[in-house]
Design a protein around this ligand. Structure first.
Ligand SMILES: *Cc1c(COP(=O)(O)O)cnc(C)c1O
Length: 381
């Protein structure tokens, strides 16, 4: 008899009793084939085409952001946002160590370094108290924020809305404003999540979304930068398209540009997916409700619910086990029996590239790292 047999059977049954229940499967139930075929027929499969513009318009309409710039993935969206926010070589960028590696990789592309601040156990994202504590080590010199212990300039702050749960973004921005620190929201996982009825990703100077295959909606590979800043919005579009000065035939450029524009082929897929986004989120929220009711009576497992004042897209449902030993047993039993589950990412400061980075106490991050498991969360049609 397995220790978690009841839980395994419950999950299997909720997702239709298949031999294998994946963690998060993409769902193509709308106009995907139609739009992709239309793109091929038009021959405009690359970075010029109507679906790229449509993708951006749909994201603007959905999130309420003033500008949206479609790029090749969520990592490049972060890279460009950090660059345009003014992050420079040797800067520190405040972020959480409980995140996917892409957050810190993007910081590193600019020669900057993450400074790790703890997360909140309710939101799983950057903790307001821990940030407040870190900021006691920061002073303004000529209007720029400097970190006293390391002597480094602070380039930006990147909170991440973990698994779709919104961080207390208004408070984070208020704190950062005092020290003129731009906030970039890594909203890769939280498209459709709202905080005080406003979309995650639209609070900071920039927000970034990912459309990778495992996210709530996908276009194969893709990302979006959103901003309400007119100048930076235009510049983002410009530098992600090799910074070419528009002209009918001349090739002239005025910045070191990047080939980061989202191809029309991927944008076509994205457009079809966005049409279904709200429906997917409602279905995902229904699964989370079923899970919550089920785990409520379980003393050994806590199901994580959305924090106050927010709506989560419940990208990946998450549970907390009582100990690391319990977690490991749950992971083994589920994965041995056709139910795919995953632990949260290993803390980023434990990876060799980020071992020496500045960090504050990460007790909450450590606690979550040893107990959290993601359980199946695909959309059920
Ligand atoms: C998925 C993800 C990214 C990167 O997105 P890609 O499209 O895979 O490059 C960045 N940050 C977080 C937190 C993510 O989950």
């Amino acid at each position: 008899m397995l220790r978690f047999e009841k839980e395994i059977n419950f999950i299997k049954n909720h997702f239709g009793n298949k031999d294998f229940t994946p963690l998060h499967e993409p769902c193509f139930s709308g106009n995907e084939k139609k739009y992709v075929l239309e793109t091929i027929d038009s021959t405009f499969v690359s970075s010029v085409g109507k679906f790229v513009d449509l993708f951006e318009d749909k994201i603007k309409a959905y999130t309420g952001a003033k500008h949206a710039i479609a790029v090749v993935n969520g990592t490049s969206a972060l890279h460009m946002s950090l660059l345009l926010a003014g992050v420079e070589r040797n800067d520190l960028v405040i972020t959480q160590s409980l995140s996917f590696v892409a957050t810190c990789n993007a910081i590193s592309y600019l020669g900057a370094e993450p400074a790790f601040v703890d997360v909140d156990t309710k939101t799983l994202g950057l903790s307001v108290e821990a940030l407040e504590d870190f900021l006691t080590e920061v002073e303004l010199k000529n209007g720029k924020p400097f970190h006293i212990p390391t002597g480094k300039k602070i380039g930006a702050c990147v909170p991440m809305h973990t698994f779709g749960f919104p961080v207390e973004i208004d408070k984070i921005i208020q704190l950062c404003e005092v020290f003129h620190i731009p906030v970039i929201e890594d909203a890769a996982e939280s498209l459709g999540s709202t905080y005080n009825e406003k979309h995650t990703g639209t609070f900071g100077l920039f927000g970034t979304y990912s459309f990778n295959g495992n996210k709530t909606i996908t276009c194969g590979g893709g990302g979006i930068i959103v901003t309400n800043d007119d100048k930076l919005g235009l510049l983002a579009k410009h530098i992600t398209t090799q910074a070419k000065i528009p002209h009918r035939w001349e090739y002239k450029h005025d910045y070191i540009g990047y080939n980061y524009r989202c191809p029309n082929l991927n944008a076509a897929l994205a457009c079809a997916q966005i049409e279904q986004l709200e429906d997917f989120i409602l279905k995902k929220r229904n699964t989370s409700k079923v899970y919550n009711e089920y785990f409520n009576s379980n003393e050994n497992i806590e199901f994580i619910i959305e924090p106050d004042n927010s709506r989560s897209n419940y990208w990946l449902n998450s549970i907390l086990l009582k100990s690391k030993e319990d977690r490991d047993q749950f992971l083994t039993e589920t994965n041995d029996n056709g139910v795919m589950t995953r632990p949260v990412w290993g803390l980023l400061n434990k990876n060799i590239m980020f071992e020496k980075c500045y960090k504050k106490s990460l007790v909450n991050s450590e606690w979550i790292e040893s107990r959290l498991v993601n359980i199946p969360s695909s959309v059920i049609l």
